[in-house]
Design a protein around this ligand. Sequence first.
Ligand SMILES: Cc1ncc(C[n+]2csc(CCOP(=O)(O)OP(=O)(O)O)c2C)c(N)n1
Ligand SMILES: [Mg+2]
Length: 560
Amino acid sequence: MRGKDNARTGGEILIDQLSIHGVRHAFCVPGESYLAALDAFHDSDIKLTVCRHESAAAIMAEAVGKITGRPGICFVTRGPGATNASAGIHIAKQDSSPMIVFVGQVGRDMREREAFQELDYRAVFGSMTKWATEIDDPARIPEIVSRAFHTACNGRPGPVVIALPEDMLTERVSAPDATAFTPAEIWPGASEMNRLQELLAAAKRPIALVGGSRWSEQATAAFMRFAERYALPVATTFRRGHLFDSLHPCYAGDLGIGPNPKLLARVKGADLVLLIGSRLSEMASQAYTLFDIPEPQMKLVHVHPGSEELGRVYHPHLAINAAPTEFCAELEKLQPPKNIAWRGESDTAHADFLAWGEKATPVPGAVNLGEIMVWLRDNLPADAIVTQGAGNFSGWVHRFYRVRKFGGLVGGTSGSMGYGLPAALAMQTLYPQRTVVCVAGDGDFLMTGQDFATAVQHKLPVIVLVADNGIYGTIRMHQEREYPGRVIATALRNPDFVAYALAFGGYGAVVEKTADFPAAFAAAKASGKPSIVHLKIDPEAITPTATLSGIREKSLAGKH
Ligand SMILES: Cc1ncc(C[n+]2csc(CCOP(=O)(O)OP(=O)(O)O)c2C)c(N)n1
Ligand SMILES: [Mg+2]
């Protein structure tokens, strides 16, 4: 509260800045190191969600940044709080999501003595963030927080860490507020758009790949109109399926782990690739084998908001430093050639995509995750949100689920396990009316599973499908391929996930055969509570097309 002298504590100034910059939600695990900032939330209308683990709080903030394009906000205590949060910070870095993490810090008078839980945040987070800093003087909070919002969003978005010395937060000063930030727009130049027009006119087999951040619902809509006018096949890159309606007639599929071989062939055979927003990192590039490095075999137009990404791995024929939002707006002005040389290709590409995921493949065991994904795509409302973590179970999501809307699939491109539940909680916090489903592995779920308590506490009725195969399946698969039969550290003894859900005050149901799934899902939905649907998956069903023993036998045969 402002005193008569107009002075506020550092904590009050800080929370006031967040409100000014438009923050609506923040996620935290409390700490004695930042009590004055916590206290200031009393007088603010920002909704503060208290969590059980900083990795979950940080992932929630990252997911908000990923989907809204505005920094997700997380508060954690010093030392262990900060290192626990590092999982989410690393995701924000790899996924180019805007995020600001505020971390407690020891008092200014005891710095550099390695006081209780003291860390040098600039050193610890320097390579994982766009900026890591510490505020020495409460009068500079408006300046530094304003810079943090700009830094997190400008160019290629990413995380910022700000350390808050405890005594700085309690000091009272009179400091003028900053004004609301606006991310700098990055428009493509007219000459670049002309060059693009020429390249498209000369192309015979073009394809567009969309990914990365700095998209919006309007931008995806504009891009879909462009694709339609140009009859251009469009693929989404790893875990960015929400950037293009999967039932749009130009959709060619998902370029991630285990992609459709026909899509791979199409990308390899393209004479022009229009890569928008994405870095085409290891997963989407099929371990950097898709394009020759540094000179791609085809003409590459690379559109990216971060100028440092252009020419970093691939030397583009045409580099366009622009945000997808502004680039897609400019695309509306381009006119397709009179005779589109590749006409019909988008129809073929879309037919290939539909055929690839149309029907679930048969797998060992009584519960087929593919059939469950098919059921979800046929039965979830069009605006449902599916979140996912990392593990082989996600292969069924990519192949058989179909994303219809921007924000409809939220996953971590950095492959961090434990992502799905916190991301689901963040989405349900932002969109209380939408159905939010998290698809998790058994290993994956328990990396952040304690925050099921957060779902119950904050009445977030997410539905978690735990695909329980009793193993760290991905690693077992690699183990059987590289060291067949020499199983170590990949077996899991799991809890009864239904009892787990009930113990937390949620709802739980078990699914032992596929046909039981619709009723279990309906009961979970009807309960109105956070729910776990425990799917008993046969560990042999390791991918939609391979069995574990098949991989082992193949490997043993190759080794003899
Ligand atoms: C935080 C984190 N730790 C470890 C890994 C390595 N890793 C990748 S997948 C995986 C196993 C996933 O197991 P589960 O969630 O049960 O899914 P499954 O593969 O069995 O379907 C592991 C340990 C990772 N990606 N992220
Ligand atoms: Mg598993």
